[in-house]
Design a protein around this ligand. Sequence first.
Ligand SMILES: [Fe+2]
Length: 507
Amino acid sequence: MFSRRLFLASTSAALWLPKMAYAQGGKPHFTLGVASGTPKLDGFILWTRLAPDPLNGGGMPAGIAEIRVRVCTDEAMRNTVRDEIVRTSDEDAHSVHYKVTGLKPGREYFYQFYYGDEESVIGRTRTTDPNAPEARVALASCQHYETGYYAAYRDMAEWVPDCVIHTGDYIYEGGISALGAQMRDVGGGERRLFEIVRQHNSNEITTLWDYRNRHALYRSDPHLQAAHAVAPWIVAMDDHEVDNNWASDTPQDPEKQTPLEFQIRRYAAFKAYYEHMPIEAPPTFHKMRATLQLYGKYHMGPALIHLLDTRQFRSDQPCGDGRKPLCDEALDPERTMMGAAQEAWLTNSLKTSPAPFNVIATQVWYTPYRYTEAPVTNMDSWDGYPAARKRLSETLADGVSNPVFLTGDWHTAMASTVYETPFDQTSRRVGHELVGSSISSSCPWARDMEIVRDANPHVSYLNGKKRGYLRATFTKDNCQAEFRIVEDSGRPDSLVTTDTEVRTKDM
Ligand SMILES: [Fe+2]
């Protein structure tokens, strides 16, 4: 259930109070909350899903349902600017994607859905504005349901950001783990505590119904719902929304899934992702291959945000994936992280951008990282795609104003300075990378990273021990980042504090 208390504790000047969702007779339908996203100068996408039995297919009868949606300029929902009936059906799991256009830039709006005599909570959202003096951006990633509660999202909702960027691992595809705490070897004779605090709802997911039920499980969390209800989200998937470390047409374990089975699975995962996210369009087909449009740009005040999709169009991880020395395959100049169309789009946008800050939100680490004396590379990150990284770094070093990478994936909070030539601090400075920790996913490789910290002097902050997220505030000449950390991810009411603060103008 939505918590009113969250918003009473809000620091926002525009304090507002969502109403509780309820149903008069029968089961409630707005069990998964509301969301907004894909913010534009004049609108956004509003989302909800009718799901009286969310963990078992949704529970709606087959056929069409009509839902009323209202958009207002005030939290009391009096000054109405849109009031419409939208239709949905079992084709889309009774999800609603209502596209609003024609609004004013840089404004706050409130919205609510109605089904029969039932009303949803009231959501808050914003249109974008390139002329706004400031942009407050929250960065989230990696929210394994089993390994932690979402205190980070409770804290994020209290901050009331202008937008939330989610760089992926919104769900995890794996099966059910055993509950409880475990001491595990993390190498070097050291043992650390890991905990399973709640459980997945099925074995590893592969079908459309599996993916729907898994999204519904994650979305049933009240703190995740609160973060969705408070700001527009800008989202792209990483690997676990489909299958661990998949790349384009290749699954993690091709020996266990035929190419056709993986194409069907990929479509199921994309379809369910669309059904649960405030994004514009469902997956489309080219022959047997589904694609989902996720990359795009957003004008958030001084920051022009480019959200990348580094999963759907990439070359397969080289050298057999994993962490190992680079082999010749990795150096092939034809290898791509974004695919030709996305790479051309990004290069063109960066070269013509008038924004003081150019954000590149990417799923995987851009910063090179040495794991041992003899360099070992994480093949899934940009380290495994050196030619693609070189092309982008050359573009960035060539006069692009203040590039800042905002990144997830590695469950480790990090701040770095990016140089054009990896590990060469005499080469041109490209910009900075700020990595949020994971919302809840654990980091069994945190120690591996800590012990080689000195071999990575371009990294000024590193913390893989704690869960959390990033608050980044952009003004014309600075990006101020607060690394928020969760004291105890085994508790939904855990304290969340600032571990450190960095300013790009000091880095
Ligand atoms: Fe992850």
